[in-house]
Ligand binder design. Structure first.
Ligand SMILES: Nc1ncnc2c1ncn2[C@@H]1O[C@H](COP(=O)(O)OP(=O)(O)O)[C@@H](O)[C@H]1O
Ligand SMILES: [Mg+2]
Length: 246
């Protein structure tokens, strides 16, 4: 029931060019929150600001602690994780080594070897394909497998908020379905998810709450089911541009 993340009056950008013009966003613990919006709206900038990779002003409360003066590393240690659009895998390392590296937060928090082995098994249980390919170099995986590995690696740190930047980008529809099903499974395990997507249809189908970002401002916000029925959302993000016959 409680809010895991509350950002208010968030401004961020690059040099003098402001991209986010004072956003307010909340993520309730255990929910999937989605931010949809067109290319260039500022979705990636928002995630970068929340994790501390991009300088911002405003308030970011995470787990009842202010993050604003904290470094990216501090925020990761506090339980934030980001799977960037680029996936940022270590291409010349094996699947398993990528996963082991993802566990650094847990190691630093004092996790025992046995617990880390458990985390690895948990990742493989979630993504059996990765287990089959544990020795394969990450750079030789398919697009869908790379996305799975990026998500699995982030989960190795047992974050409380997992932020996903366009996980469906460049993937075949069937693979997108798999990824979104995994997000639903993850929510059931208690992880809170902030999902940024251009694929509004898929995102609103699984999310609890949604925000529509346009040119650095939220123009709409509400329960995902209501957003999916909003005439403007349908017209701009879900429909064919024509009014749906009723
Ligand atoms: N590193 C950067 N330097 C300067 N401008 C950037 C940089 N990254 C993104 N931008 C600009 O910020 C705006 C928002 O980009 P972005 O957050 O990537 O949008 P989205 O993820 O919604 O596609 C765009 O106008 C983009 O050109
Ligand atoms: Mg982006």
């Amino acid at each position: 029931m409680s809010m895991l993340l509350t950002a208010s009056g968030l401004h961020a950008g690059y040099g003098r060019a402001e991209v986010l013009h004072g956003l307010n966003i909340e993520a309730r613990a255990g929910q999937v929150i989605t931010v949809i919006g067109p290319n260039g709206a500022g979705k990636s900038t928002l995630l970068g600001a929340l994790i501390g990779a991009i300088a911002s002003t405003g308030q970011v409360l995470f787990d009842n602690r202010s993050m604003q003066l904290r470094t990216l590393e501090d925020r990761v240690m506090a339980g934030l994780a980001l799977v960037p659009e680029t996936r940022a895998l270590f291409a010349t390392m094996s699947v398993q080594d990528n996963l082991v590296l993802g566990g650094f937060r847990r190691r630093r928090l004092g996790a025992k070897r046995a617990e880390q082995a458990q985390d690895l098994e948990r990742a493989y249980a979630l993504f059996p394909r990765l287990k089959e390919r544990r020795s394969q170099l990450a750079g030789t995986l398919s697009g869908g497998e790379r996305q799975m590995l990026a998500v699995a690696r982030a989960l190795m740190g047992r974050p409380s908020l997992l932020m996903l930047d366009e996980p469906s980008l460049g993937l075949a529809p069937r693979v997108v379905q798999d990824i979104f099903r995994t997000i639903v499974d993850l929510r059931a395990t208690g992880v809170t998810i902030l999902l940024v997507e251009q694929n509004a249809r898929a995102a609103l189908e699984i999310a609890d709450h949604g925000y529509v970002l346009e040119m650095g401002e939220f123009v709409l916000e509400g329960p995902a089911g209501e957003l999916a029925k909003d005439a403007r959302v349908i017209e701009t993000y879900l429909g064919t541009g024509k009014k749906k016959p009723s």
